[in-house]
Ligand binder design. Structure first.
Ligand code: FAD
Ligand code: EPU
Length: 307
């Protein structure tokens, strides 16, 4: 009963097309729970759920998802706790671009490498977002998670951070992250950002979810896809970008089915196996939903199937 839970905790529950909450702008509907308090997150995660951050690394199927989609609201997006000391607990819905800007203004170094990444802080932790100039994990000290209805602190060293990966416990919602930045000067930070900005200049401005594939060891997926002559390859409204071959852009009317078929065509044409970087929801082989903590643990398998 979403209405009852929402009334009790202050979560806002709306049925929405997830296309409107993702940067690629594809994906069907789900019941979206926007939470402004830890109590609301706790209630929202009673039943099976998924967590949405900035939606910038997500491909959602055209049929949407049957589970609740939990989002952290504005109460988790305040950057003011970051001061000149550089050591701060910050809400997981904080958009990275604003955080990077504030760090530069305060003359704090450590986030230059994540310049231009349109993530929320929580999603950046889960993906260990970054570039070859630095990752969010470089500055991360610890996180506060909602896990099985309880708030827990976990040191960054226990999060299994690697190239575009983390090993958070299944069903964990990142509520807050503690970062430690290094005092420097705005001028030095701006200078360090120039190299990152230059590396991003060749990336498309059209709607996308960033790079579609992880780079295979010792090579670049973009180079391989380009060398296979696939720039401009199209399925419906989805196209391999002319600017950078590892970006799939939505020309305006792409569906998830178009994007999936395009990815399959790319994999078939490139000899080196390519691993999709995006999290995929409501699609074959995609990310499974997290189990709600309030489900009876001992219920028979047949009664839980299909979640
Ligand atoms: P989402 O896409 O919303 O979610 C990603 C995953 O994180 C999902 O599994 C979701 O369930 C989980 N998640 C999100 N928030 C939480 C939370 N609070 N608690 C628990 N789980 C959560 N990535 C890079 O690494 N480097 C780049 O240079 C880069 N450039 C990009 C450029 C563009 C134009 C775009 C569109 C994307 C780019 N990306 C890049 C990809 C993307 O921004 C990152 O993967 C980012 O970390 C995703 O964060 P998000 O908040 O959007 O997460
Ligand atoms: N290349 C081509 N053709 C292309 C694209 C790239 O030949 O169409 C070649 C380049 O010339 C270069 C190599 O491939 O020799 C690597 O390209 P680039 O420097 O653009 O970096 P990348 O490996 O493609 C990575 C990240 C990006 C990140 C940039 C900047 C991955 C999968 N991608 O791109 O991250 O922004 O470096 O540091 O690791 C993302 O993860 O979503 C993302 C955008």
């Amino acid at each position: 009963m979403p209405g009852a839970d929402a009334a009790r905790t202050g979560a806002t529950v709306t049925r929405l097309a997830l296309a409107s909450l993702t940067t690629l702008k594809v994906g069907g509907e789900a019941e979206v729970w926007t939470c402004e308090t830890d109590a609301a997150v706790r209630d929202a995660t009673r039943a099976d759920f998924r967590v949405l951050g900035g939606g910038s690394n997500l491909l959602v199927g055209d049929g949407g998802v049957p589970e609740r989609v939990v989002r952290l609201g504005r109460a988790y997006a305040d950057a003011r706790a970051l001061d000149a000391t550089g050591d701060a607990w910050l809400g997981a819905a904080l958009p990275l671009p604003g955080l990077v800007r504030r760090a530069r203004q305060l003359g704090l170094s450590g986030l230059e490498g994540v310049l231009g990444i349109p993530a929320q802080l929580g999603g950046a932790v889960v993906m260990n977002a970054g570039t070859r100039f630095g990752e969010i994990g470089d500055t991360l000290q610890e996180v506060e998670l909602m896990l099985d209805g309880r708030v827990e602190r976990v040191p960054a060293a226990d999060l299994g951070l690697g190239y575009r990966r983390s090993a958070l416990p299944p069903g964990a919602v990142v509520l807050r992250a503690r970062l430690r930045l290094t005092p420097s000067t705005p001028e030095r930070v701006a200078r360090a950002e120039e190299a990152v900005d230059a590396a991003r200049r060749g990336q498309p401005k059209a709607r996308s979810a960033g790079c579609a594939f992880k780079n295979p060891p010792g090579d670049a997926a973009g180079r391989l896809i380009d060398a296979a002559g696939l720039k401009g390859l199209r399925v419906g409204g989805a196209m391999i970008a002319h600017e950078h071959a590892n970006f799939v852009v939505n020309l305006g009317d792409a569906t998830a089915a178009h994007v999936v078929e395009l990815l399959e065509n790319v994999r078939a044409a490139v000899a080196v196996p390519l691993e999709v970087e995006w999290r995929r929801w409501g699609l074959a082989g995609g990310e499974p939903a997290a189990r709600g903590w309030d489900r009876p643990r001992a219920e028979p398998r047949s009664a839980t199937a299909g979640g």
